[in-house]
Design a protein around this ligand. Structure first.
Ligand SMILES: NC(=O)c1ccc[n+]([C@@H]2O[C@H](COP(=O)([O-])OP(=O)(O)OC[C@H]3O[C@@H](n4cnc5c(N)ncnc54)[C@H](OP(=O)(O)O)[C@@H]3O)[C@@H](O)[C@H]2O)c1
Length: 271
């Protein structure tokens, strides 16, 4: 049984990974309270004592708008701490499984982005996530970096936000000019387990199959939840946010088996 250390285990993806990986591996999981990945001494002590085969890092600063103002912390968690994890992995011979984002791309390609495309982040969160990827590559450790997008599952996310808003409103304005791939955290965790078992390395794009806009995503959520809420499509300009978002951040998966459609995954999540 492989020995795995999981960080960020209380986050949306962390919870799904904890469920998926326990049982078939010797798993030690750490929430932020149990291990802050910016505490470099604690990270080194835990990793060196455990001598894991894999370190799965689900810890991240994920608040896209807050990253524009809380730049020092965003960079420390998403870039500096990730570089530190990678260097320790190199030292102890562990493989690092790390997560990145569609927001490393600028969204200016109608067809979306395959793994080999050059990133060009347009917001600070995307910039720090790209720096994290680069720090891993520079460390010389064995790694799999999995870029994903528009996650939903157990935690704070767009689906939960729409359901809460839908209870209080009969009409909701939702952005219609940003396109991406919604992804169920539990489907992603299952695919991550396969990457571990097959010992794959490199950069991967993993999302549920298909693409949509936030407005059509919201329509599907209300439809599946049986809620009579009208979605009014609006342009991004109507909802100015501190961080710019890419217009089309569809991730093309050209390396791994495709996951099921986002609609099927959403239906399972909501029932
Ligand atoms: N959510 C998405 O739509 C999305 C899209 C693309 C890529 N991703 C990537 O997928 C990965 C997982 O995201 P997620 O949606 O599961 O995010 P999440 O729910 O915000 O989980 C991240 C976890 O990391 C924790 N954390 C923050 N700073 C930490 C630190 N210094 N040390 C240890 N833990 C820390 C957070 O704790 P607190 O909440 O207490 O701060 C949270 O429990 C991330 O790498 C993210 O960039 C997510």
């Amino acid at each position: 049984m492989p020995k795995i250390i999981l960080t960020g285990s209380d986050g949306m993806l962390g919870k799904a990974l904890k469920k998926e990986l326990s049982g078939s591996s010797e798993l030690q999981s750490f929430s932020k309270n149990e291990l802050d990945i910016t505490d470099f001494v604690a990270v080194a002590e835990i990793l060196e004592a455990a001598q894991p085969d894999f370190v799965v890092n689900a810890a991240a600063f994920t608040k896209v708008d807050a990253a524009e103002t809380d730049q020092i912390l965003a960079e420390k968690v998403n870039s500096t701490a990730v570089g530190n994890l990678a260097r320790i992995c190199k030292k102890i011979g562990a493989k690092l499984i790390h997560f990145s984002t569609d927001y490393v791309f600028d969204g200016e390609n109608e067809n979306g982005f395959p793994e080999k495309d050059e990133p060009n982040p347009i917001n600070f969160y995307g910039k720090t996530k790209l720096e994290g990827e680069e720090a891993i590559r520079e460390s010389g450790c064995e790694f799999a970096i999995i870029r994903t997008s528009w996650l939903f599952g157990e935690g704070e996310n767009f689906v939960e936000k729409m359901l809460a808003l839908g209870k209080r409103n009969c009409e909701i304005k939702v952005v219609a000019d940003q396109i991406g791939c919604p992804t169920f955290s539990e489907d992603l965790a299952e695919a991550v387990k396969k990457i571990l078992i097959e010992n794959r390395s490199g950069i991967f794009h993993l999302t549920n199959l298909g693409k949509t806009s936030w407005a059509d995503f919201a329509r599907k959520i209300f439809g599946l939840a049986g809620m009579d809420v009208k979605v009014i499509p609006v342009a991004s300009e109507e909802f100015p946010t501190p961080a710019k978002r890419p217009r089309n951040s569809v991730l093309q998966n050209t390396k791994l088996p495709k996951m099921r459609s986002w609609e099927e995954a959403l239906a399972e999540f909501l029932h």
